[in-house]
Design a protein around this ligand. Structure first.
Ligand SMILES: C[S@@+](CC[C@H](N)C(=O)[O-])C[C@H]1O[C@@H](n2cnc3c(N)ncnc32)[C@H](O)[C@@H]1O
Length: 357
């Protein structure tokens, strides 16, 4: 198989937005060094296409640091605590370790990028407050690509405009159109679908989920650790092992007239193959059209799109994720924009009616 090394190099180059590069000097320098390392480029080119994402290489390196690698561990620890003297020198040392010993990460490249970001629950809550206003008072939640299921606990996190010091609090700047005054709908069932679901009770899974978080974002790591601490007190999840098309119908079951089934995908459709994405969207459109099923999609604007989904509107900020919603009996429509990790939310809810109307 001929490796597309130019493509792999480009992927490193474009892996992070300019804003994130400015905010995260160590990861920005590391991506630069990886882009110019023949070893790192070849390693990425060898990854199966649906996971050929520089984030997988970054997570595999971070994993080795968390496992206590003598050179990597102190560098990543300093990056996390904000005490790295020179991010460029540190990044060069990391890549020198990789070039000396590429096997270090090779055995972890079968894994998937599974960053599970509970910050997205602030966006899901914002949308579900609107569902509540429309009269949907109880829901079954189906989270496609659930990873460890952290967004199936969306009603267990407080959303605040300002950090209150509690690591579990989600800090979200509400922009236009957001009204959190209605109670959230009651969640009667929490169902996840994932080809490789992770568990907060499994130490290896916890390590991988931590490795997927960028080390300079210490608050995200602290929040993940705090959630892990109280995970045994959280409600039980039903997790279906498999890809979306294999398990969606089972997760939906027989839709109930009295409880709305809400299918959610957040930063997952990127990992579907083109035909899987098309078939998924078609299936969801049909379910919403004919049953008591709704859909909330939060993805990169180029991912969930196409001639059948109206996606007009201009994002209020660079790097925004698009929110697309379909209510029962309706076609998918754009509902606004958000930060990919839920740091801000802007809603533009079309004039629609629910069971209250
Ligand atoms: C980047 S993570 C996002 C996790 C979570 N939705 C979130 O927003 O925090 C992507 C997840 O999608 C899962 N995934 C990848 N391909 C999938 C497929 N074909 N069907 C369902 N899930 C998939 C991966 O295993 C991974 O856990």
């Amino acid at each position: 198989m001929a490796l597309d090394l130019t493509d792999a190099k480009n992927r490193y180059h474009h892996a992070m937005s300019p804003e994130d590069r400015a905010r995260l000097p160590f990861y920005s320098a590391l991506l630069n060094e990886l882009e110019h390392s023949d070893t790192a480029v070849a390693l990425l080119a060898l990854v199966r296409v649906e996971q050929r994402n520089p984030m997988l290489i970054l997570a595999a390196l971070h994993l080795n640091a968390l496992r206590g690698h003598p050179v990597l561990a102190p560098i990543y620890f300093a990056a996390r605590s904000g005490s790295l003297d020179d991010p460029v020198v540190a990044a060069r040392r990391v890549v020198a370790v990789l070039e000396m010993n590429p096997e270090l990460i090779q055995s972890d490249l079968h894994r998937s990028t599974q960053t599970n970001e509970p910050g997205r629950s602030s966006v899901l809550q914002g949308v579900l407050h609107e569902f509540s206003r429309l009269g949907y008072s109880s829901i079954r939640l189906v989270d496609v690509g659930t990873s460890a299921g952290l967004n199936l606990y969306l009603d267990h996190y407080q959303v605040r405009a300002v950090d209150d010091g509690n690591p579990v609090t989600l800090v979200c700047e509400d922009m236009l159109g957001v009204d959190r005054s209605n109670e959230l709908p009651v969640i009667t069932e929490r169902i996840g679908i994932d080809p490789s679901p992770l568990s907060l009770q499994n130490p290896d899974d916890i390590l991988w989920l931590t490795a997927c978080i960028w080390p300079e974002e210490s608050r995200r790591i602290e929040r993940f650790e705090a959630i892990t601490q109280f995970s045994r007190e959280l409600p039980a999840l039903s997790v279906l092992h498999g890809s979306v098309l294999e398990r969606l119908d089972e997760a939906i079951g027989t839709p109930r007239a009295d409880v709305l089934t809400v299918v959610v995908n957040t930063w997952v459709a990127y990992y579907f193959s083109g035909s899987e994405r098309e078939r998924y969207i078609e299936r969801i459109r049909n379910l919403c059209r004919h049953d008591n099923v709704a859909w909330i999609s939060i993805e990169h604007p180029l991912v969930v799109t196409g001639p059948t989904i109206r996606t007009d509107g201009v994002p209020p900020r660079r790097g925004a994720s698009r929110i697309v919603v379909s209510l029962p009996g309706r076609d998918p429509a754009p509902w606004g924009w958000c930060h990919p990790h839920g740091h801000w939310l802007s809603l533009d809810v079309p004039k629609v009616s629910g069971p209250n109307a």
